[in-house]
Design a protein around this ligand. Structure first.
Ligand code: ADP
Ligand code: MG
Length: 648
């Protein structure tokens, strides 16, 4: 006795077949109204033969056959197709996965083929596929059916080729169709998807969201779109539901994988935010540097005339120190704002790391510092003092995170751009060096981690943190066309990855030129200097400083005025100190005109911004030097002497 399953959406057909088989044979007959019902039946039953109608709602015949052929436990089951459109459609048993094909036609003839097949299906030569469609001689092709089939075909082709994934759901939200691209988006196989409740694809909040919609879905044609993407595993999906009511409610689901898009947008927003805050930070730093310039200058002028025993000497000295701290702060801000590299040289990074980590080793006795350096580290070109600043900022953070003791480990490695991911900005292709700095301190939670690069973001107590350490590190590294990334786990520790582009040629670290610092006393001069600055306080203090150094001074409060003065006094003026940022006519423009008046003009560019792209461009055009505001007497005298020595 065999178990026979008939799957057909026509109740009449099912009834006739059941009666026929039960009347003539002893076999057991089961029925299913469509593919979905059949699938449910097959979960707990293994029939010997399944007769499948091809055109059915809720999982059609072909899909059902494909599913059955993918179920290992149904390997021995025979499938016979009972097709109502055999005359119109060219059926390929191999493609469908069927063992036998019967055309639905006059009942007595069709019935005979069914009984024949039940009899012979397990005989020896039954495995030979019956290529011919049985009963085809008794049916005639109908034009309307041909048209409908071709229509269906185009629709299927369309569904198979659009980038959106498409599902069809029953009214109770079970999946009965998946387009080819849909299962991958859902992270499952087609065979797993069919019959599944759509809601069960989701978990947590999204499960509730989908469940809610599934309960309230209306029968009109309005499309329903989830306002924010739904999450499945690590994928973000934009999902639209389109209810269609014919005889019964069906719901089409249109799915778009927006994982990449959402990620890109978040990165873009973040980099735009950094950019905007950077501009703000640079503006603040610039204005502060001009203020500090005044305080710095006057203080050093007064100090010049005071004996060290003077009761005010100490106070003024500490004002000077405060100004220095202030200008370090603005320096960090400028670092964040990425207003350029200052002095770029080939850098022995390993040596710099040894030196800075030694500083930490000496000053933070409670932590042990482990350094492991790549021997043949690629060469880089960088601003040494800025990179030193970055390293110190990161080391100090690590030390701050390990007040109870721990290990700070620093490594260097050679790598390339392919190892850099998730950058907020485009990373150029090529070799990179990687510095890995890890601590096993307190670590950070997700929210802290999201804000660490924001200027003034700190979790430290007043007086302990400025919130500028990582912000400036970020800006400096970005200014060097590098990339910085931080990983952290609360309670476990933190690792910072710093990538810097390597020089294309040469591996070995070369010895750096030793920069000879001038520690001699303040040097005076006798030359004539034209000081151009739009800020009155800078002109005033600058003039006094220059005069204190012995220089003769001309003043101009604008570019126009500077040009006028230079035009008449060019034989007298030896050197010009030119502010870069001024209203109406900026330093760059002024410089070009001065140069056209006298190609040999010696100009020292000065700015509250650090040496940025604009300043570099002016220097490339022949400007002789750059001085960062605020500067003190010593800084000014050194710079002037150097310029005079080199150019006059
Ligand atoms: P600051 O050190 O002045 O607070 P930073 O920009 O250097 O400013 O760091 C910002 C914040 O990032 C810190 O306040 C701290 O919460 C967190 N942070 C940075 N580095 C670490 C680290 N190694 N371990 C734990 N938290 C860190
Ligand atoms: Mg810090």
């Amino acid at each position: 006795m065999k178990k026979i399953l008939f799957v057909d959406n026509s109740p009449v057909m099912l009834e006739l077949m059941t009666k026929l088989v039960q009347k003539k044979t002893e076999h057991q007959v089961f029925t299913a109204n469509d593919g979905l019902e059949a699938l449910d039946f097959l979960k707990n039953n293994i029939p010997d033969i399944i007769f499948v109608d091809l055109i059915m709602p809720r999982i059609d015949g072909k899909q059902l056959c494909r599913l059955i052929r993918n179920m290992p436990n149904l390997k021995k089951v025979k499938i016979a197709i009972l097709s109502g459109v055999a005359a119109e459609e060219n059926l390929d048993p191999y493609e469908i996965g069927a063992d036998y094909l019967i055309a639905k036609g006059p009942f007595n003839i069709m019935g005979k083929f069914v009984l024949d097949y039940i009899d012979s299906s397990y005989s020896e030569n039954s495995d030979e596929l019956k290529q011919n469609v049985q009963g085809l001689d008794y049916v005639r092709p109908r034009e309307i059916i041909q048209e409908l089939l071709s229509e269906k075909d185009s629709l299927r082709t369309l569904m198979n080729n659009i980038s959106e994934g498409i599902l069809e759901l029953t009214a109770d939200f079970r999946i009965v169709y998946t387009s080819p691209s849909a299962p991958a988006m859902l992270g499952i196989r087609e065979s797993e998807a069919l019959g599944l409740f759509f809601t069960d694809l989701f978990s947590g909040k999204d499960f509730k969201r989908v469940k809610q919609i599934s309960k309230s879905i209306k029968y009109d044609h309005q499309e329903i779109k989830f306002k924010t993407p739904l999450k499945i595993k690590d994928k973000l999906l934009e999902v639209k539901l389109l209810p269609v009511k014919k005889q019964e409610l069906r719901i089409f689901v249109i799915i778009m994988d927006v994982t990449q898009k959402v990620k890109q947008e978040a990165l873009l927003r973040k980099s735009q935010k950094m950019e905007a805050i950077g501009t703000l930070a640079a503006g603040v730093a610039h204005d502060f540097n001009n203020l500090l310039m005044g305080i710095q200058g006057y203080t050093s002028l007064i100090l010049l005339n005071l004996e060290t025993q003077d009761p005010y000497y100490k106070m003024l000295k500490s004002i000077e120190q405060q100004v220095e701290s202030g200008s370090k702060l603005t320096g960090q801000l400028l670092g964040y704002a990425r207003k350029g590299k200052y002095e770029v040289n080939t850098l022995n990074l390993n040596q710099l790391i040894k030196d800075t980590s030694d500083t930490i080793r000496r000053t933070r006795k409670q932590i042990s510092v482990k350094v492991k350096l790549e021997k043949e580290l690629f060469q880089i070109r960088a601003d040494k003092s800025q990179i030193e600043q970055v390293l110190l900022n990161i080391f100090i953070n690590a030390a701050d995170a390990m007040t109870e003791g721990g290990t700070l480990s620093v490594k260097t490695k050679n790598t390339d751009h392919q190892h850099i991911q998730n950058t907020l900005y485009e990373v150029n292709a090529g070799n990179y060096i990687l510095i890995i700095i890890s601590d096993n301190g307190i670590g950070m939670d997700k929210i802290t981690l999201e804000h660490i690069f924001d200027p003034f973001f700190t979790t430290k107590e007043m007086g302990h943190g400025t919130g500028l350490g990582l912000a400036s590190a970020y800006g400096i590294i970005k200014g060097h066309k590098g990339y910085i990334e931080v990983e952290s786990k609360k309670g476990k520790g933190t690792t910072v990855f710093v990538y810097l582009p390597a020089l294309s040629s040469g591996r070995k670290n070369i010895e750096e030129k030793k920069v000879v610092e001038n520690r001699e006393n303040i040097m005076t001069g006798t030359e004539s200097v034209l000081l151009v600055d739009d800020e009155e306080i800078v002109r005033d203090v600058g003039q006094k400083m220059l005069m204190a150094l012995g220089y003769k001074v001309f003043l101009a409060e604008s570019g126009m005025q500077a040009i006028e003065i230079y035009n008449t006094q060019k034989n007298v003026i030896d050197l010009i100190i030119l502010d870069m940022v001024m209203p109406e006519m900026g330093g760059g423009q002024v410089f070009d005109i001065l140069k056209s008046i006298s190609p040999e003009v010696v100009v020292l560019l000065s700015s509250g911004y650090s040496l940025n792209g604009e300043a570099s461009a002016i220097i490339k055009r022949g400007c002789k030097g750059f001085i960062q505001k605020p500067f003190n007497l010593k800084g000014l005298s050194d710079k002037l002497k150097q310029l005079i020595h080199e150019n006059l």
